[in-house]
Ligand binder design. Structure first.
Ligand SMILES: [Zn+2]
Length: 109
């Protein structure tokens, strides 16, 4: 009788231990994923703080400049120009005369 009780107790612990190990493993994996996501977000923020509105060629400040309804970014040092996604397409959709005016102002004629 004592032996039987001991056996079922062992079995109960064996089953529960497996479940506990699995639960702990899943919780650890979740924490690892959360840490990785947090680190990735921090790295993205750090890179943005470091590079936002800096010229990709010379590293000087870029300055926003309104131009024919768009807002282009021009480097204050080397005069390099940056277009946001879709801005250049907007220029090409303009009428020929407005487009010419845009490019004249862009090259400061
Ligand atoms: Zn530059």
């Amino acid at each position: 009788m004592v032996d039987h009780d001991s056996k079922s107790e062992d079995e109960w612990f064996r089953r529960n231990e497996k479940e506990l190990i699995e639960t702990a493993r899943a919780a650890r994996l979740k924490r690892e994923q959360e840490r990785a996501a947090k680190e990735k977000a921090e790295e993205t923020r750090r890179l943005k703080d470091l590079h936002f509105m800096k010229c990709p060629k010379c590293g000087h400040d870029m300055k926003e400049e309104p131009l024919e309804g768009l807002s282009i970014d021009r480097c204050t040092h080397c005069e390099g120009i940056f277009f946001d996604a879709g801005e250049l397409e907007q220029v090409f959709r303009q009428q020929a005369e407005q487009r010419r005016s845009f490019f004249r102002k862009l090259v400061r004629l």
